[in-house]
Design a protein around this ligand. Sequence first.
Ligand SMILES: Nc1ncnc2c1ncn2[C@@H]1O[C@H](COP(=O)(O)OP(=O)(O)O)[C@@H](O)[C@H]1O
Ligand SMILES: [Mg+2]
Length: 318
Amino acid sequence: MTKETAPERQNGCVLSIAGLSIHYPLRHTTIRAVENVDLAVHGNEVLGLAGESGSGKSTLALGVLRLLRPPGRVTAGQIHFDGVELLEQSEGRFRELRWRRFAYIPQGSMSALNPVMRLQDQFSDTLVAHGERMAPAALRARCTEALHGVGLEPDILPRYPHELSGGMRQRICIALALLLGPQLIIADEPTSALDVISQRVVLETLAEARRAIGASMLLIGHDMALLAQVTDRLGIMYAGRLVEMSTTRALFANPQHPYTRRLIASIPDVKDRRAFVSEAGESEAQWPLDAPMVEVAAGHFVRPWQGGEGSSREGAAG
Ligand SMILES: Nc1ncnc2c1ncn2[C@@H]1O[C@H](COP(=O)(O)OP(=O)(O)O)[C@@H](O)[C@H]1O
Ligand SMILES: [Mg+2]
């Protein structure tokens, strides 16, 4: 099971993406939803990916999971998962990997629960579908453990999804996603359908359940305050590109790129209500997104922009 292999996942890369581009070719134009993205998710780490709607976060996740919707396709790059190049795998081999080692928690996943099926049957179906055969007592123990992992009691198992609150339904989805002990969790705005209070609590539950099984997580979101709560490192996406990547602590303590600063400034602050103020004179048109990222401090990478520290390197080819 997962727990035995957890320690060896402490080090090294679980997921490593290099030069990844994903495009949607349309009749008159091509949407470059993801362009030349490099990132790595290390063992036992939560990497956050933030950026406004349309910045390419979901496309990146779907590209890794081979779930892109037409006409989306990967046009360049490599995706290594635990040493295996995913893009080179056959459909069958890839499906097996995704099935056994990935957990995908998409936006609004709680609506994916079967409304006419008791929760206990949804749990046993998940286990059976993955080829796990177990006696009823063992099944019950497994479900109980999974529910405890997300702060729920097994007495809800005979219930139907509509009998639960949104927050509880989302916890059930997390429990189902983690039931088979995945090595990598990809969660795309997993709490965005919930109210603000539930979002925090459910996200913390997800983070704890992840920690308990020693999985790594790529956590996508647009709410910087929520992401700050549970991520180890954060990448900031803008128009399909990464513009900044660093530890979450350094990103908040010393944000570099104007877009990162704008995202942080948009967090409503109870002490200082000057929220949503953008920096005077900065213009998105001046952000040269092709220049290579510059390491401004150990592990803190930023895309140079005009007027910024790295601007002397702007002429460099990307
Ligand atoms: N199936 C699709 N067909 C065409 N364009 C798409 C499709 N899905 C997403 N896009 C476009 O790709 C870009 C990135 O979208 P998306 O990955 O959903 O961003 P995010 O998750 O950051 O909101 C957007 O411009 C979006 O309109
Ligand atoms: Mg999205």
